[in-house]
Ligand binder design. Structure first.
Ligand code: MTE
Ligand code: QUE
Ligand code: MOS
Length: 779
């Protein structure tokens, strides 16, 4: 039986439980190691007048204090637009923006130094909201659009039109391991930086550029992350470079590990969006035209915002064919920390906006929202072209819809929910299906490449190094399975090495759910090259038997740890023995494989092209129970059906689906970022920011994989699974909206994301007297 598809435990599962797994801050302290910290701006927007570190310098245990003036390279960077400073020069643009880097021997010394540094600033007026940024025309990047057909002429003649504004909040990535890195100085101004990052190559590039080094002087190593979720894609960089700065200046190892509160306060989050929409549809709810204007809150610098907006726009079709469509997008510049990647990368925001519109149409027409979803769903042979012109091949959405509606008893349960709502005085129920059609590939063409280094040793064991990083998603386990499968050897004989830019150069971030796709494919390329050489040698080896067969490498088979010529299956030789023979005949037992995703291309200026290699599809039906007294929300049941092709590891993929769903549910329900009027993040710790906990998991939770072996374009016929399931969590929110529609007697429902208990009770209050009014007592 093939190792592909097997339920092999995550290769660090035991290590994570026993504590043997090493994360950055578990690395032993070197004798002369320094702790790196920083002092940031007290204002969200302010002019830096002066910095005085003279008192701090005198503190025992303080070894270095550095401002932008100490940087030997260019104090300008950014993954797409170079508009960020590592250290503030003249103007701080968000609260906590680093101004002075501190290197100290103890945390106590650093705490004293923080108090002793005198920073004089002039407070400037900050902008925090999308509305305010629009008013002042503060944007990042250019206006973007995707247009097909003619929405305006449809709006003129359409009988049914709805317009509105929809808001979604941000979300903290909440990885368990904060941003962390250690830099070790070497000879000739070289640096080895260990970083908890999704993007080691970016750290090399940015460190070199800011610190005035050549890229071949910096190595970045990533063993693993304690979660990334997008938050360590571009933003691990800042702290890794600070550690690098201290290591270079002091010639001592330097460790920069943020505490949770600082991490939450100074790093970027999922982008809040505020969207205007106008939709035209017929009496059945068939959409004839849709116009959406997406505005994201990018924060103070570009970071990945323009790509995130692009993905939001590309997902504004959700799962629906839109004959006439106009999608406009802008990134607003505000004085919050630059917002960044978070699982889904704008896809959830674009999809959610459209799912809200579907709920609105259903509510207006007094129809079941599923009916609206089903008739608008992309077709298999027609109605299967996206607004950007990509044809959807092998569309499984209609089948997924039908199968899930049946398996979840949607129709009967919908009736039961309505019945319940008509009698219950205390509670409200809702049920809803929401779909996922997530485009797989980076929409930025050059990122769609991967490399892998495969080396075989003389006992038949294998080391694999790829550009992919492990953040808990199981990439290493899957790559191990892929390589074991390619040679048909035991999984245990393959090891995945720590990711290092020394072994794989110019890597793409492990992101866009494409980690296994591109790095796994590169590993296959490397394995096949080695296999080819081994087959060549094997053909010669077996034909030299006194058996009369001709030399023919296409007859060579690798199977269950053995190699043989299929015309002579009894003459097999063990893989581990054969590699020794090959070595002695000077056959190369190592290879670098390179992979580029075929066929992807998207033109930003025209908004047309094929940005994606394929789509990962799915749907979820969720049923919720709302307490009318408190607004408290409970998910009674969720049924998920998701198409991830032929899964490489069903256990890991199940974990991805469940984790993604719960994380998405958190975004649309309980997770709320609260700031004070100065831009200070009030919800900056686990006690004030509520991610889902175990009691929030649906009481009944059915997770199933849709059978699909048609995805031959990707490695081992699999499909990417990392981000798509987050969008399944949207079904919880649409179920809340459905619940509210049952009591709204036809009135429009204002419900934003997140639908916190407070938001829900205020929404109920729009329609009916809530059973007990909370009276504000006057003292
Ligand atoms: N799963 C775990 N356990 N931890 C993570 O940080 N990140 C998600 C997803 N699943 C994440 C995760 C995100 S944002 C992405 S893009 C993918 O994993 C990246 O990994 P992959 O491409 O190998 O799926
Ligand atoms: C999805 C993604 C990313 C993306 C596009 C997607 C992503 C990412 C980038 C990106 C774009 C331009 C750059 C760069 C990165 O684009 O994660 O360095 O110059 O980093 O559709 O997940
Ligand atoms: Mo994932 S948001 O692409 O790191």
């Amino acid at each position: 039986m093939s190792i592909i598809g097997k339920n092999i435990p995550h290769d660090s599962a035991i290590g994570h439980v026993t504590g043997e797994s090493v994360f950055i801050d578990d690395m032993p302290f070197a004798k002369n190691e320094l702790i790196v910290d920083f002092v940031g701006s007290p204002y969200a927007h302010g002019e830096l007048i002066s910095v005085d570190t003279s008192e701090a310098e005198k503190i025992e245990g303080i070894i270095g204090l550095y401002t932008y003036k100490d940087l030997d390279g260019i104090n300008k960077f950014g993954p797409i637009i170079q508009d960020e400073h590592l250290l503030v020069e003249h103007t701080a643009t968000f609260m906590g923006e680093p101004i002075v880097v501190i290197a100290g021997e103890t945390r106590q010394a650093i705490a004293k130094a923080k108090k002793a540094i005198k920073i004089v600033m002039k407070e400037l007026e900050p902008v925090f909201t999308i509305d305010e940024a629009i008013k002042r025309e503060q944007y990042i990047g250019v206006p973007r659009f995707i247009i097909r057909g003619d929405v305006q002429s449809v709006f003129k003649t359409s009988e049914h039109i709805l317009e509105g504004t929809f808001i979604n909040g941000g979300q903290e990535q909440f990885y368990l391991e904060s941003q962390a890195s250690i830099a070790y100085p070497g000879e000739d101004n070289t640096l080895v930086i260990h970083s908890s990052t999704q993007h080691p190559s970016e750290i090399v590039q940015v460190a070199a550029s800011i610190l005035g080094l050549q890229q071949n002087q910096v190595i970045c190593i990533t063993k693993r992350m304690g979660g990334g979720f997008g938050g360590k894609e571009s933003q691990a960089c800042h702290f890794a470079v600070m550690a690098g700065l201290v290591a270079l200046k002091t010639k001592r190892p330097a460790r920069a590990v943020l505490n949770k509160d600082t991490d939450m306060m100074v790093t970027g989050k999922r982008h809040p969006f505020q969207n205007n929409y106008k939709v035209a549809f017929d009496k059945n709810g068939m959409i004839t035209a849709l116009k959406v204007d997406l505005f994201s809150n990018g924060g103070a610098a570009a970071d990945l915002s323009t790509s995130i907006l692009e993905r939001a726009m590309l997902h504004s079709d959700s799962a629906y064919y839109l004959p006439n469509v106009e999608i406009n997008g802008r990134v607003c510049k505000t004085n919050l920390p630059p917002n960044t990647a978070f699982r889904g990368f704008g896809g959830p925001q674009g999809t959610l906006n459209t799912e809200n519109i579907i709920e609105e149409i259903a509510h207006y027409l007094k129809k079941d929202a599923y009916e609206i979803r089903r008739i608008n769903c992309y077709g298999v042979n027609d109605r299967n072209i996206t607004p950007y012109g990509q044809i959807i091949h092998n569309n499984v959405l209609p089948e997924i819809f039908d199968e899930l509606i049946y398996s979840s008893d949607y129709t009967e349960r919908l009736e039961a929910v309505k019945e319940f709502n008509s009698v219950s005085k205390t509670h409200l129920k809702g049920i809803s299906l929401s779909p996922v059609k997530f485009g797989i590939s980076f929409t930025t063409k050059f990122l769609n490449q991967g490399s892998a280094l495969v080396n075989i040793y003389l006992d038949g064991t294998v080391q694999v190094s790829t550009g992919g990083t492990e953040m808990g998603q199981g990439l290493n386990t899957k790559i191990r399975q892929i390589v074991a499968d390619e040679f048909s050897i035991d999984y245990e004989t393959v090891r995945i090495m720590a990711t290092s830019t020394e072994k794989n150069n110019n890597t793409s971030p492990t992101a866009a759910s494409s980690g296994t796709d591109i790095n796994g494919s590169a590993a296959v390329v490397a394995c096949q090259a080695i296999r080819d050489r081994l087959s060549e040698f094997a053909a010669q080896y077996f034909s030299s038997f006194e058996n009369g067969i001709t030399k023919a490498k296409e007859h060579i088979v690798f199977k269950d740890n053995y190699i043989f010529d299929n015309r002579l299956p009894d003459n097999k030789i063990a893989f581990k023995d054969f590699v020794v023979l090959a070595y002695r005949e000077r056959v190369s037992l190592g290879e670098r494989g390179f992979y580029q995703t075929p066929g992807v291309d998207f033109n930003r200026d025209t908004g047309k092209g094929n940005p994606f290699l394929y789509f990962t599809n799915g749907a979820a039906v969720s049923e919720v129970l709302i307490d009318k007294f408190t607004g408290e929300l409970k998910v009674l049941r969720s049924d998920i059906l998701i198409d991830i092709g032929e899964s490489i590891n069903v256990g890991i993929d199940r974990g991805q689906v469940i984790g993604g769903f719960i994380q998405g549910m958190g975004w649309v329900t309980g997770e709320e970022l609260k700031y004070n009027e100065k831009g200070y993040l009030l919800s900056h710790s686990p006690t004030t920011y509520k991610i889902p906990n175990i009691t929030d998991v649906p009481d009944i939770f059915n997770v199933n994989f849709f059978k699909n072996d048609t995805n031959i374009v990707n490695v081992k016929k699999s499909k990417a699974v990392g981000e798509p399931p987050l969008l399944l969590g949207i079904s919880v929110w649409t179920a809340v909206k459905h619940a509210l529609s049952c009591v709204s007697s036809g009135k429009r429902i204002n419900l934003s994301v997140p639908a916190t208990n407070e938001e829900i009770i205020m929404a109920i209050d729009q329609f009916e007297e809530i059973p007990i009014k909370i009276k504000v007592l006057e003292y």
